[in-house]
Design a protein around this ligand. Structure first.
Ligand SMILES: Cc1cc2nc3c(=O)[nH]c(=O)nc-3n(C[C@H](O)[C@H](O)[C@H](O)COP(=O)(O)OP(=O)(O)OC[C@H]3O[C@@H](n4cnc5c(N)ncnc54)[C@H](O)[C@@H]3O)c2cc1C
Length: 155
């Protein structure tokens, strides 16, 4: 799990215990969670990507007592939901947009942020939102001016 060094240090100060090379394999309980079963992992030989892939150590299973389990990894896009958005097209499992306006293949739908980029940073999502707002504005009819509004001072 990637993290910055300072995040790791702060977590330790908060009393977080890290179990390296450990993989959860089951949650046990009787109506309520009582423990998480884990297995120890070891790094195997280097694969084609240059990464040493972790492999389970046979017979190393153990249980961590727990009354709550929070899963915090494995985010993914709801592609089934996106596929139901009429006319919206996907590219590389993300919503395809016109980069300048945020407009999707359905001209009434605009998108930005992680569902378009696949996951970047808040500043990117905000920039996408601003681009889409401008894009939406450009599709709206110009407000009609009335004879009065042309002469009224703006407040
Ligand atoms: C663990 C983690 C750490 C991160 N740390 C940083 C960081 O330090 N700095 C940084 O800049 N970025 C960080 N990011 C990335 C950042 O959070 C995202 O890039 C950003 O939040 C994307 O914004 P978004 O609006 O596209 O999506 P989101 O913030 O995910 O917002 C999408 C919203 O849509 C809602 N939604 C989903 N489906 C539906 C639906 N069908 N109907 C109605 N609402 C729906 C969701 O509930 C959610 O509220 C981190 C991300 C993660 C996962």
């Amino acid at each position: 799990m990637p993290a910055f060094r300072y995040e790791y240090e702060l977590a330790k100060q908060d009393g977080i215990e890290f179990h390296w090379l450990t993989q959860p394999v089951a949650i046990h309980g009787n109506g309520a969670v009582e423990s998480v079963e884990c297995v120890r992992m070891e790094l195997g030989p280097t694969d084609a990507s240059g990464r040493r892939f972790p492999q389970a150590v046979e017979g190393s299973n153990f249980r961590l007592p727990a009354d709550m389990v929070i899963t915090s990894l494995g985010q993914s896009r709801l592609l089934g939901f996106l596929a139901q958005c009429r006319g919206v097209e996907l590219r590389n499992q993300c919503v395809a947009i016109d980069r300048e306006t945020g407009q999707t293949a359905n001209p009434k739908y605009f998108a930005g942020g992680d569902c378009v980029s696949g996951g970047r940073e808040v500043v990117d999502a905000v920039a996408d939102g601003k681009r889409a707002a401008t894009g939406i504005l450009a599709t709206l009819p110009a407000p009609r001016s009335t004879p009065d509004s042309a002469t009224q001072p703006t407040k």
